[in-house]
Design a protein around this ligand. Sequence first.
Ligand SMILES: Nc1nc2c(c(=O)[nH]1)N[C@H]1C(S)=C(S)[C@@H](COP(=O)(O)OP(=O)(O)OC[C@H]3O[C@@H](n4cnc5c(=O)[nH]c(N)nc54)[C@H](O)[C@@H]3O)O[C@H]1N2
Ligand SMILES: Nc1nc2c(c(=O)[nH]1)N[C@H]1C(S)=C(S)[C@@H](COP(=O)(O)OP(=O)(O)OC[C@H]3O[C@@H](n4cnc5c(=O)[nH]c(N)nc54)[C@H](O)[C@@H]3O)O[C@H]1N2
Ligand code: SF4
Ligand SMILES: [Mo]
Length: 724
Amino acid sequence: MSGNTTTHYRTCNLCEAICGLEIEVDGDQVTSIRGDERDVFSHGHICPKATALKDIYDDPDRLKQPVRRVGDRWEPISWDEAFDETIDRIHEIQEKHGRNAVGLYFGNPNAHNFGTLVYGPAFFRALGTKNRFSASSCDQWPLMLASYFMFGHQLRFPIPDVDRTDYMMLIGANPIASNGSLMSAPGIKKRLEAIQKRGGKVVVVDPRRSETARIADEHVFITPGTDALFLLGLLHEVTAAGVNLGRLAEHTKNVDRMIEIAKSYPPEQTAAVTGVPAETAKRLAREFREAPKAVAYGRVGACTQEFGGQCMWLINALNALTGNLDEPGGSMFATPAIDTLKKIGGFGLGRGSYGRWRSRVRGLPEFGGELPSSVMAEEILTEGEGQIRAMVTLAGNPILSTPNGGQLDRAFESLDFILAIDFFINETSRHADIILPPLSPIQRSHYDLALYLVAVRNSANYSPPLFELKKGELDDWQILSELTCRLAGKRHGKLSKEYLSARAIQKAGPERVLDLGLRLGPYGQRLKPFGPGVSLAKLKKQPHGVDFGPLQPTLPDTLPEEHGPIDIAPDLFVEDLDRLHARFASKATDRGDPLLLIGRRHLRSNNSWMHNTSRLMKGKPRCTLMISSTDAERLGVKSGAMVTVRSRVGQVTAPAEVTDDMMAGVVSLPHGFGHDRDGVQLRIASNYPGVSVNDLTDDQAIDPLTGNAAFSGQRVTVTPVGMV
Ligand SMILES: Nc1nc2c(c(=O)[nH]1)N[C@H]1C(S)=C(S)[C@@H](COP(=O)(O)OP(=O)(O)OC[C@H]3O[C@@H](n4cnc5c(=O)[nH]c(N)nc54)[C@H](O)[C@@H]3O)O[C@H]1N2
Ligand SMILES: Nc1nc2c(c(=O)[nH]1)N[C@H]1C(S)=C(S)[C@@H](COP(=O)(O)OP(=O)(O)OC[C@H]3O[C@@H](n4cnc5c(=O)[nH]c(N)nc54)[C@H](O)[C@@H]3O)O[C@H]1N2
Ligand code: SF4
Ligand SMILES: [Mo]
């Protein structure tokens, strides 16, 4: 250490809350991490994960140089050799078996990494494979598909205007643990409490009395996977009392169709399936309708289920028909400083697409250029033309995070070549032939290109890197652009236009794109050098960020012309109602064995990858099977005793945690554990291995409407260890 401490301000990239941090640095060491009280958006809020940014940087298990597998060992190699070997192998496989023979998986941390968001798409295009997968199909595809068909853009995410609402209904979301998702709202606890303080109400609909349910005014237990029926019940009540579309009335279509549909779902009928008493549903509908400003918000629990697409459609419809869509205090849309929905000089994310091609084995439709992650294993394991023979994983750990991870584990073993772009040797990258490690997050500059699109207030903040780059350190975007260039060079030669244009794009660097995006955005300086408005140079002078104020109405202006008005009841979703009827034809759902499995998140975890830091791992074991006392008694299960959980695809053994926070008939196991596999090089995580819930979840259990994994409500049996 040099004895010279400098203070840096930076946005935490670990979850969606966009917290501002104040970081003290001495030489190349981080000496402290605190919340930045002056941050325009987070006002000092942080969670325990922020300090772990230092642990990731210091982690002796973090790779700092490319490695190549030699038998069971890893051999450090130069970047040049690693790039060449990777491109040789990918090129050879694609020449022999076609472009689709190389699959690609894009993980969650990419959403927090503007370098990969800017440079990823060019690499994907260069690979040219239709076998592209991502964590999104284990997460928010239902919301994206609903946005695509209702508002005309897959990324037009409706966000609860939590700071101005009087009534917030959270369905399958636990922001007190997750810090909010598709709702960037640092300090969400205070924001929810503020609703209560101004006389409003917070309602949580969840099969578990979650941390958020504990601070809510009302918690309603619901049978997993039945939320679509609950929502139809609410819509029945709301539409019967008269819809109110407000100023959007002339910009909507299929409203009558929605009203007609809702007539068939009186809460008296849906109650038997959902477990929510009819009187409760009716009262909630009335409260929602009568609240001056109300918003329904659904997240992972409502998305990752058999009817996830319908849930997201019906939530949007409920907000719209009660006059709460695109209105302050309702469900709104952000106006980020960079209009991510527009293409900027060839960069940018498209409106979306649906069904342009289908997966080879199961015939599931493409969405936004991707196939559902649930088909990844079968596309690797099923022989024939178009079979995946090599994989590239980019900031992801699909063996722990996608359904039937056990099958995917076996599938990865059978591949001819795997490239992992990751700084850890985890459950997935341990199978790689080559691992290319990017910088740790604090070593790079940061701008939340994606998350400002879902923030509850419009703001912008740029963070410079904490340290100067050392020789031999490359960031994700450099890795991706180098791979793109070399692939073009290999295929077309170094004089080709493909190669030369890839090199020119590489030279620009992500910050140039960021600057251009800011200047051309809604608060931008434009291309004049000294005009008012933001540019990158101006943001650099504002280390605590720039606030652009609360969310503003954006409809109908942001509806794409080719889409037309807001579609309140899109054909594809309406047609899918037949499936809902067929599924629940027998009315009451099964309540004894098998039990219904759901997931959970813990404040100190971050999906599968923040388990290698002792500061976050100490304390009570987290990977427990939560079970209600009713079920525990019936099954002879005691708290702390080991139980075996079985599903169609696998079994795991975990300690039981008997708690009346669980609805009877439902059990919960968190995801992201299972670190005791051979070859994983995470010393601390291996001491807290836990088991992977995705060794139980079924790759065949999807929401067929959207292709999203249906983690919630899968059937399992639970037996105390020792009993058969
Ligand atoms: N059963 C069940 N399964 C689930 C869920 C659930 O609720 N239940 N949740 C789902 C959801 S919402 C998600 S988003 C997925 C997450 O699924 P994934 O994205 O597949 O998993 P992560 O655990 O986020 O993996 C992140 C990986 O990226 C690496 N990494 C971190 N930062 C960087 C970086 O800057 N660059 C690079 N190159 N690598 C980096 C980490 O080392 C780690 O290996 O899991 C899904 N799976
Ligand atoms: N600390 C921490 N923060 C995180 C993450 C993390 O792993 N740890 N992951 C990040 C990621 S990638 C994401 S996507 C977000 C997710 O953010 P959230 O969606 O807020 O996260 P979860 O805690 O999974 O909340 C889902 C809730 O749905 C409930 N649920 C399960 N099944 C059903 C159902 O069928 N119906 C209803 N109504 N509820 C159901 C669960 O009990 C749970 O309380 O969190 C992000 N933030
Ligand atoms: S809440 Fe999320 S963004 Fe804020 S400090 Fe924690 S991990 Fe970082
Ligand atoms: Mo996620």
